[in-house]
Design a binder for this molecule. Structure first.
Ligand SMILES: [Zn+2]
Length: 287
């Protein structure tokens, strides 16, 4: 299904592995003043949201929230609970949408739900999508990448991307069913990139300073419902004009606060992608 999304095409990750990127992308500190200790000891975006009265939920199909959701409650997907979507202790990401309504049940105010996807974490790319998404062939059907030729590794990876695309489309479809109750929106962003044989490199996790673009560039997609845009006074054409800008994980913290209309000292409008696209009555566009 074709959803009308904002596809940010030039986004840089804070780190090249989950352990580094995840806390960093949810922090106010970010990559520009990178300091792991400071990041881990300061409030995450989710803590700030929670303190401002937003209900926060974290549902995880990966390796946990790395401190980002401490004290806020975390739902870990149980691979035994869904035989159709789970195998060998791992689940396809659609599992995150199973019974997702339970996460917002009883909530009437603002709510932010984080779905932590397994995504395209390798090396077993072929295990990241159901058979129906095996469009690019032949595929590398082993986690031992050296036993495969490069194209079959890329094919498996691309099938997993295709599946992620499908999961995001399903998420948007779900949000569309909730518009009676909520002004809905979705933000998708990866934690890091992946090397697939470019420059002889595979996987991810090289030190930031020497990591190639393939490991540091990430996709970011926003879907904002019409009612969400209207409630925030967001201008679609203006937002479309931001999609090619050089952006980074540093923008996430401030953009989410901006979209959720949270006023706090830690908010920096210069890093809020949408701040200049807000034309709500009485507010002055930042620039
Ligand atoms: Zn990761």
């Amino acid at each position: 299904m074709n959803q009308h999304v904002l596809n940010f095409s030039n986004v840089t990750a804070c780190g090249t592995n989950t352990e580094t990127s995840l806390p960093c992308m949810f922090s106010a500190v970010g990559r520009r003043d990178y300091d792991e200790k400071r990041i881990r000891s300061s409030e995450s975006l989710l803590h700030v949201l929670s303190r401002a009265g937003v209900s926060v939920r974290w549902k995880d199909n990966q390796s946990g929230c790395k401190g980002v959701c401490d004290g806020l409650g975390e739902t870990i997907v149980d691979p035994k609970a869904d035989a159709a979507l789970c195998e060998d202790g791992r689940c396809f990401d659609e599992v995150l949408l199973r019974n997702v309504g339970a996460l917002t049940q009883g909530s009437t105010g603002d709510i932010v739900v984080v779905l932590h996807m397994l995504g395209n974490h390798g090396p077993a790319y072929y295990k990241r999508y159901p058979t129906a998404f095996r469009r690019f062939q032949p595929t590398c059907d082993t986690g031992e990448l050296r036993r495969c030729d490069r194209q079959s590794i890329v094919n498996a990876y691309d099938n997993a991307v295709l599946y992620t695309d499908h999961v995001l489309s399903q998420a948007v479809a779900y949000l569309k069913t909730q518009q009676e109750r909520f002004d809905t929106a979705m933000i998708y962003v990866s934690d890091h990139g992946e090397s697939l044989g470019e420059k002889g490199l595979f996987l991810h996790g090289l030190p930031q300073a020497i990591a190639p673009n393939e490991q540091t560039r990430v996709p970011m997609v926003w879907w904002l419902s019409e009612s969400f845009k209207a409630s925030r006074g967001l201008d679609t054409a203006c937002l479309n004009g931001k999609t090619a800008l050089a952006l980074s994980h540093d923008n996430l913290f401030h953009s989410v606060l901006g979209l959720m209309a949270i006023t706090t000292q830690v908010y920096d409008a210069r890093l809020d992608i949408a701040s200049a696209c807000t034309h709500s009555p009485g507010s002055t566009p930042t620039r």
